[in-house]
Structure formats: structure tokens, C-alpha cells
Design a protein around this ligand. Structure first.
Ligand SMILES: Nc1ncnc2c1ncn2[C@@H]1O[C@H](COP(=O)(O)OP(=O)(O)OP(=O)(O)O)[C@@H](O)[C@H]1O
Ligand SMILES: [Mg+2]
Length: 235
């Protein structure tokens, strides 16, 4: 899909000189460096790259889930890492949705409670949150699994529940780390369509890390992470 300049209405998030170095014992590993990226409202961005290239790390930094070693992430003109932990949590809860590579559903809660969690944290009523959660579980094809615990769901079903949880608060920006990673081809296509629809109809900005080239090709812009840096892919 060609990049549509009209989509560039307002910047949601940007980063400058973003870098991450992990240090374990004597070993220091520079995983990301000098990353410059800006995400506009309604934009869909895909990040591809070999396993270990730093895709998950980049999404975690952009969503404020990890602290960068260099540079900054700016959201609505504010440096994310200058915010207090509480302000960061509120901003993430209101404005971001995150689909983790390994879903991170809470084991002791049912599928519908897991999906409802962002609304419960934002103090919506339990009943309203659960009704909305069931509606989303139905959309992602998990009708009949509302009361299953994560251990009673298949890998792909957990992934779809995690997607439902990430979109329940209608975030301005969805971060999705391998959203189709555990899915069979048919379900992957359904999830792709769901995400692209949310982007096109609801205007939800999205940034994906993916090995799925079908999904990456549906993005407005695609980048490859290589040697710690972000390289635009011109299609
Ligand atoms: N907390 C950590 N401490 C030390 N090294 C880490 C840590 N987290 C990630 N790394 C290293 O950073 C590199 C990038 O990891 P990351 O998970 O971002 O890769 P990825 O591109 O998402 O890979 P995949 O496609 O396999 O999911 C890896 O080599 C990993 O070992
Ligand atoms: Mg990863």
C-alpha cells in the first residue's frame, strides 16, 4: 500500500537517537542505536528483521515499557521517560494497546476478565467492561471461550485474546509484537483483516513487529532492523 500523505494528520509518537544497550556481568550488548522514527495518527508501520535484531526491544522502548540507554520517546510533546511511573501507566492505559509476543495473559483470570482488564484498571464498571470484553472475544473468534483460563486456550487462542485485550480501550496507537506469530494461515489472515480494519475504519495507529511479510506489506511504511539500526524498505 503506498504511503498516503493525507494520513499524516498529527504525530502521535516519535523517538530521536533512541538506543538500548544490555549489560550482563562483563558483557555489554548494543542492540539498538540512533533510531529515529515518528508515527502519525492513523498510520500503520511494520518492523521486520531477523530474530534477535531488536524488534521487541524497540516496541518496548516506544511504548515506555523499557527505559532507553540513549535518546528519548516523545508522546504528545512530552518525554515519556521524564514522566512519573504513575503518569506513564495512565498514559499507556489511555492511549496505547500492547500485544506482547508471548501474550502475557494473567493465568488466574478467565479470558473475558483478561480482556476486560484495561477497562477495569481505568475504573469502568465491571459489568460494562465484561460485556465489551465478550463482544471483542466474539469478534476475534473466541465465542464459547469466555470463561476459559489462559492454560485452557490454545496458543493461537491466547494470541487472539491478547489482541482483544490490547484494543478494548480503543487506543490511539496499538503496538503488536508478532500478532500473527502463533496462528495458522487462515486465522492469521482473519487477525490481519481485523487489525487493518481497525486501522482503516477506526483510525487506530499501529506499529507491528512481524516476520509475516503478508502483514508487513499491508503497512504504510515498512522498516528493517539490521545491525541495531532502522532501515526504510522502499516497495
Ligand atoms: N533483558 C535483556 N538482557 C540482555 N539481553 C537482552 C534482553 N532483552 C533482549 N536482549 C537481547 O537483545 C537482542 C534483541 O532481542 P529482541 O527480543 O528485541 O529481538 P527480536 O528481534 O524481537 O527477536 P525475535 O524475532 O526472535 O522475537 C537479543 O539478542 C536478546 O538476547
Ligand atoms: Mg521479538
Amino acid at each position: 500500500m503506498p504511503y498516503d500523505m493525507n494520513k499524516q494528520i498529527r504525530e502521535i509518537l516519535s523517538c530521536t537517537n533512541l538506543g538500548k544497550t544490555f549489560s550482563n556481568n562483563q558483557l555489554s550488548l548494543e542492540i539498538l542505536r540512533e533510531i529515529e522514527l515518528s508515527i502519525a495518527e492513523r498510520e500503520l508501520i511494520a518492523i521486520v528483521g531477523a530474530s534477535g535484531s531488536g524488534k521487541s526491544t524497540l516496541l518496548h522502548l516506544l511504548a515506555g515499557l523499557e527505559i532507553p540507554s540513549t535518546g528519548s520517546v516523545i508522546v504528545d510533546g512530552q518525554d515519556l521517560n521524564a514522566c512519573s511511573q504513575r503518569d506513564k501507566r495512565v498514559l499507556r492505559n489511555r492511549s496505547f494497546g500492547f500485544v506482547y509476543q508471548f501474550h502475557h495473559l494473567l493465568a488466574e483470570f478467565t479470558a473475558k476478565e483478561n480482556v476486560a482488564m484495561p477497562l477495569l484498571i481505568a475504573r469502568h464498571s465491571y459489568k460494562e467492561a465484561l460485556i465489551k470484553a465478550q463482544g471483542l472475544l466474539k469478534i476475534v473468534g473466541l465465542e464459547g471461550r469466555y470463561n476459559h483460563k489462559p492454560s485452557e486456550l490454545s496458543g493461537g487462542e491466547r494470541q487472539r485474546a491478547a489482541i482483544a485485550r490490547a484494543i478494548i480501550n480503543n487506543p490511539r496507537c496499538l503496538f503488536a509484537d508478532e500478532p500473527t506469530g502463533n496462528l495458522d494461515e487462515r486465522t492469521a489472515m482473519d487477525v490481519q483483516s481485523l487489525l487493518v480494519d481497525l486501522n482503516q475504519k477506526n483510525g487506530m495507529a499501529m506499529i507491528f513487529a512481524t516476520h509475516d511479510h503478508m502483514l508487513a506489506r499491508r503497512a504504510d511504511r515498512m522498516f528493517e532492523l539490521r545491525a541495531g539500526m532502522l532501515w526504510p524498505i522502499i516497495s
